[in-house]
Design a protein around this ligand. Structure first.
Ligand SMILES: [Zn+2]
Length: 237
């Protein structure tokens, strides 16, 4: 029987993390996740990236991520995926750790099922080449960040992770709204995505996001005071 290990114990002692993560996989009981893997050192990280990473992402990206989901080569094939955790995942408190995991679970979900392009049609591995890579990334990231923010709103969490995800969500929404689709498939995907976003902003999590954006905007303009003052006009008297 696996001993019950608390998050704080795994956080304090790396030797308990493998067991903690094993139990986490079990408790998730999520058919879309094959396993959560703890990468205790750089050798293991290098191996994981070589075997399961996305070839377009540099190793440095994987090193900096607290958690990441395997590459998209099985996108929409209804196969469960692996979620990886770096030691830095355990530098967060338990609430933020669970929010980052919620973000990755959305990636695992999308990887499993593909993305809706309206009606019963779905974007999968075979049609993925028709989508601009940066567009695909912006859509996946906004979906994962909406999930994270919705989880934070339900649990009443307002932390740096939530703020960061809110800013990232705004950025990816801007990107998807300002990129011209290159074909009909991409137009359908974007239209479907915008429907999802509009719907999100009518939910409590969406209102929470808008309030947070407004607060961040005010904080930003307060800290920019003096910086953005207009330059005095040239006086030639
Ligand atoms: Zn992500």
């Amino acid at each position: 029987m696996t001993r019950c290990i608390l998050y704080t114990t795994a956080q304090a002692s790396p030797k308990y993390r493998q067991t903690y993560v094993r139990r986490l996989t079990k408790n998730l009981n999520e058919k879309r996740v094959r396993k959560i893997v703890y990468l205790c050192d750089d050798d293991l990280l290098g191996m994981a990236v070589m075997l399961f990473g996305d070839q377009n992402k540099p190793l440095s990206w994987y090193k900096e991520a607290a958690m990441f989901t395997q590459g998209m080569y099985d996108f929409g094939q209804r196969k469960p995926s692996l979620i990886f955790m770096n030691p830095s995942a355990f530098t967060y408190n338990r609430q933020d750790f669970s929010l980052i995991l919620a973000h990755e679970l959305q990636h695992a979900n999308d990887l499993y099922a593909g993305l809706s392009i309206g009606g019963r049609r779905r974007l999968t591995r075979t049609t993925l080449d028709s989508i601009q890579p940066q567009m695909f990334t912006a859509i996946l990231e906004s979906r994962a960040n909406m999930t994270l923010i919705a989880a934070a709103e339900r649990r009443g969490i307002d932390s740096d992770i939530v703020r960061e995800s809110t800013m990232r969500l705004s950025k990816s929404v801007y990107e998807t709204k300002n990129t011209t689709p290159v074909n009909n498939l991409e137009s359908s995907l974007i239209a479907e995505h915008h429907r999802l976003i509009e719907n999100f902003f009518t939910t409590p999590a969406g209102r929470f996001t808008l309030n947070l954006i407004e607060r961040l905007r005010q904080e930003c303009s307060t800290s920019m005071e003096g910086v953005s003052k207009p330059v005095p006009e040239y006086d030639d008297r």
